[in-house]
Design a protein around this ligand. Structure first.
Ligand code: PAF
Length: 280
């Protein structure tokens, strides 16, 4: 496995990789969720590249950029074991050179959910992902369903800007008790870790209501809010029942839905989601 930092090193290493090349963009502190993306890339591609970059422009000044967990040595060990061919851990200077002033901004599908609560977040994500795509020039790229809105936004960007890249969105990987894997889970105290299962429990309760025949999106959202009421450590930011493509809140569920939640457990903000499939 080759590890490169500068763009010059990346370009030289890139020419040696057999195609199709799959890219897994990450912010490091890798867990089984990231490794499942690597596995998917291994299956579909002749070579696999992983980028590791904690992207400052997708964090608001009030967010956890400084404390975001980092462990490059451990990440490299895991990626080597997973059979990755190339790791690019770019320098800040290559990603945001002095005088940087060009941004990629997707409009409609960034207005709701995470975009509404984290102003500027998706502009940072799409800008850095466009730069990662330009640097690595993969044929395929792999993202997790855990960041459901991010996956929709990236797919929109790829379509709108004609990136010749096929995007695969891989399923959420969960702990045995249902908690979705996230680098931010490491912030949780033991009591908070237990309480954090409320995200999946609320989503599951809403899914059950849907499978039992409920089609009012308002009632489905209420099932989630009611469930969150039962967990004193949970402070809900939103519980949404939206169209999976436009991300607009629904009134009635006619063609499936994306249920998504953002919840503070203590000081840690967690997100999770479930897709409700269209029923015959
Ligand atoms: O999902 C992430 O880890 C990040 O948002 C990404 C796609 C690597 C961009 O920084």
């Amino acid at each position: 496995m080759k590890v490169v930092h500068t763009l010059t090193e990346l370009r030289a290493a890139r020419t040696e990789l057999p195609e199709p090349l799959g890219l897994v963009p990450t912010m490091g502190f890798l867990h089984q969720g990231h490794l499942s993306l690597v596995q998917a890339a291994r299956k579909e591609c002749a070579s696999v590249a992983v980028s590791i970059f904690v992207n400052p422009t997708q964090f608001a000044p009030t967010e956890d950029l400084a404390s975001y967990p980092r462990d490059l040595e451990q990440d490299l060990r895991l990626l080597e074991e997973a059979g990755v061919d190339l790791v690019w851990a770019p320098t800040d200077g290559d990603m945001y050179p002095e005088g940087f002033q060009t941004w990629v901004s997707v409009e409609e599908v960034t207005q709701q959910l995470e975009g509404a609560r984290r102003p500027g977040h998706f502009r940072g994500v799409t800008t850095v992902v466009a730069k990662l795509f330009n640097g690595v020039q993969p044929q395929k790229a792999f993202f997790g369903q855990k960041d459901a809105q991010q996956a929709v936004v990236i797919q929109q960007m790829v379509r709108d800007l004609n990136f010749p890249i096929d995007i695969t969105v891989c399923p959420i990987i969960r702990e045995a008790d249902g908690l979705a894997l996230s680098s931010r889970n490491t912030y949780l105290s033991p009591a908070e870790r237990k309480a954090a299962t409320i995200l999946n429990r609320a989503l599951k309760a809403a899914e059950k209501a849907y499978l039992d025949g409920e089609r009012s999106a308002e009632k489905i959202r209420k099932v989630m809010y009611d469930k969150f009421q039962t967990e004193p450590l949970a402070n809900v930011q939103y519980a949404s029942c939206a169209d999976p493509k436009t991300l607009q809140e629904l009134e009635q569920i006619t063609h499936g839905a994306l249920l998504s939640v953002a919840v503070y457990i203590g000081k840690t903000r967690l997100i999770d989601n479930i897709v409700l499939l269209e029923m015959p």
